[in-house]
Design a protein around this ligand. Structure first.
Ligand code: PMP
Length: 438
C-alpha cells in the first residue's frame, strides 16, 4: 500500500516546465533586490523614486471626500477605460496644452500607474520580430516589456561630453549622436521610446533634439511612446516640450502620464495614456483583457486635483508651479552635499533624480577584477550596508552589453524632506572625514 501511495504522489507532482518562454531572462528585477536592501540596512533612503513627503492637502481631502460620499458609488466599479470625471478633465487640461481638442472617451485611457500604460503600449503595438528603439540610460522596464511582447529592443546611448572648464556636468551634456540615432531606424523599427524628462539622468530633451527624433519617426513611419511622467519637474526655467505637439507627431504618439509623480502620490497608482483613437483603441483591447478597471475613488480624487490645477494653471498657487520650485532647492542641496565630498553630481535639468560619479571612492570599495557584478552595483550595496545610505546603481538602467559604460555612476532620489537630505549630508560629511583622517 505505501508503494502505491508513493507512486500516486510522484505521478501527481508536476515535472513539465511551467515557465512561459516569454519570461526567460527577465526574472531578475533590480527594484526587488535594492528595495529589500534599503529596507534592511538604510537609515537614509535616496534609492527608489518616491517622495517621503505627503501629497498636497487638496488631493488628500478629495480622496477622503470621495470615500465618504453618501451614495457609495465611488466604492464600486466605474467606466473601464477611465472614470468619466477624470478622462474629461485630462482631455480638457492636456487638450489646452497640446492645442488640440481631445475626445475624453477615445483619446484618453486611465491605467494602473504609468507602468500599465507602458505595458499596454508594448502589448498593443509590438509583434515578434519588431524592433523598438530605446534611448539609454532608460527606465529599466522598457527593455523587459519589449522582450515580453516578443520584440527586440535596440539601444542608442546618450553620449556625455565633458563640461567646460571645471564646471559641474549637467544632464544637458548627455546628447544623442544624430548619425548614430538615424542608423538605428530600419524597416523592422516599430516604435521609439522617449522619456523626457529622463529617468535616471534628469535630462530634459530640447526642442531641437525632439525635432530630430520626430523627423526620423515621420521618415520611417515609426510610433513614439512618450513617457512624460516627470513633465512638471523641470528646473532653471527649462521648458518641457511635448513631442506630440511637433508636426506629424500627434498621429503616431502615445503620451504617458502618472498622478503618482504629478501629485506626489505614487502609492495611488493612477496613470494614463493619451493619443489618437486609432492608437488608443488597441491599448483598450489590452486593458479590457487584463486589468479592465482602475480604483474608482483614487481616480475621482485625481480628477479633482486636475480641476483645481486647471483653474490655477500658471499661477503661483498651482501645485505644478510650487512642486518644481521646492524640488529645485532640494536638488541644489544634494548637488552641494555630493560635490563637497567629491562624489561628482551630474546636475539634472528635470525629474527628482540625480546621478553622481563615484570614481573618487574606489579606495573605500576596491574593484574586483573580472567580477560578474558591475562596480556600481557592488558599491551601492556596500554603501547601504556600511553607511546606511541607499542609492541605485546606474547599470540597472542600461542593457547588458553597455553596463561597463555606466558602472562608475549611481542614482539618488531627492524628493525627500529637508531632514532626510540633511541626514544624507551628515553621512557624506562623516565619510569624507574618515577618508581624510590617516
Ligand atoms: N516611467 C518612468 C520614467 C518612471 O520613472 C516611473 C516610476 N518610477 C514610471 C514610468 C511608473 O510610474 P507609475 O508609478 O505611475 O506606474
Amino acid at each position: 500500500l505505501p508503494t502505491l501511495f508513493l507512486s500516486l504522489f510522484l505521478q501527481a507532482k508536476m515535472s513539465r516546465p511551467v515557465q512561459a518562454r516569454r519570461l526567460e531572462g527577465i526574472d531578475k528585477n533590480i527594484w526587488v533586490e535594492f528595495v529589500k536592501l534599503a529596507d534592511t540596512y538604510s537609515t537614509v533612503n535616496l534609492g527608489q523614486g518616491f517622495p517621503d513627503f505627503p501629497p498636497p492637502d487638496f488631493l488628500k481631502q478629495a480622496f477622503v471626500r470621495a470615500l465618504g460620499r453618501e451614495d457609495h458609488a465611488l466604492h464600486q466599479y466605474t467606466r473601464a477605460f477611465g472614470h468619466p470625471p477624470l478622462v474629461k478633465i485630462l482631455a480638457q487640461f492636456f487638450g489646452k496644452l497640446l492645442g488640440r481638442e481631445l475626445d475624453p472617451m477615445t483619446d484618453v485611457m486611465v491605467t494602473v500607474g504609468a507602468y500599465q500604460a507602458l505595458f499596454c503600449c508594448f502589448q498593443a503595438f509590438v509583434d515578434e520580430g519588431d524592433e523598438v528603439i530605446v534611448i539609454e540610460p532608460f527606465f529599466d522596464c522598457y527593455e523587459t516589456m519589449v522582450k515580453m511582447a516578443g520584440g527586440t529592443p535596440v539601444f542608442v546611448p546618450l553620449r556625455p561630453k565633458a563640461p567646460n572648464d571645471g564646471k559641474l556636468m549637467s544632464s544637458a551634456d548627455w546628447q544623442l549622436d544624430p548619425a548614430e540615432l538615424a542608423s538605428k531606424f530600419n524597416k523592422r523599427t516599430k516604435a521609439i521610446v522617449l522619456n523626457s524628462p529622463n529617468n535616471p539622468l534628469g535630462k530634459v530633451f530640447s526642442r531641437g533634439e525632439l525635432q530630430l527624433i520626430a523627423d526620423l519617426c515621420v521618415k520611417h513611419d515609426v510610433l513614439c511612446i512618450s513617457d512624460e511622467v516627470y513633465e512638471w519637474l523641470v528646473y532653471d526655467g527649462k521648458e518641457h516640450v511635448r513631442i506630440a505637439s511637433l508636426q506629424g507627431m500627434w498621429d503616431r504618439t502615445v503620451i504617458i502620464g502618472s498622478a503618482g509623480k504629478t501629485f506626489s502620490a505614487t502609492g495611488w497608482k493612477v496613470g494614463w495614456a493619451m493619443g489618437p483613437n486609432r492608437l488608443l483603441q488597441h491599448l483598450r483591447t489590452v486593458h479590457q483583457n487584463s486589468v479592465y478597471h482602475c480604483a474608482t475613488a483614487a481616480q475621482e480624487a485625481v480628477a479633482q486635483g486636475f480641476q483645481r490645477e486647471f483653474a490655477l494653471y500658471g499661477k503661483p498657487d498651482s501645485y505644478f508651479v510650487q512642486l518644481p520650485k521646492e524640488l529645485q532647492q532640494k536638488r541644489d542641496w544634494l548637488v552641494q552635499s555630493l560635490d563637497a565630498v567629491g562624489m561628482k553630481p551630474i546636475v539634472p535639468e528635470g525629474t527628482y533624480f540625480l546621478v553622481a560619479d563615484i570614481s573618487a571612492f574606489k579606495s573605500d570599495v576596491p574593484d574586483v577584477p573580472n567580477s560578474n557584478e558591475p562596480y556600481d552595483s557592488r558599491f551601492a550595496k556596500w554603501m547601504v550596508k556600511n553607511k546606511g545610505l541607499a542609492a541605485i546603481p546606474l547599470s540597472a538602467f542600461c542593457c547588458e552589453a553597455h553596463k561597463s559604460n555606466y558602472n562608475h555612476l549611481i542614482r539618488f532620489c531627492f524628493a525627500k524632506e529637508e531632514a532626510t537630505l540633511k541626514a544624507a549630508n551628515e553621512i557624506l560629511q562623516k565619510w569624507k572625514q574618515e577618508k581624510n583622517s590617516p
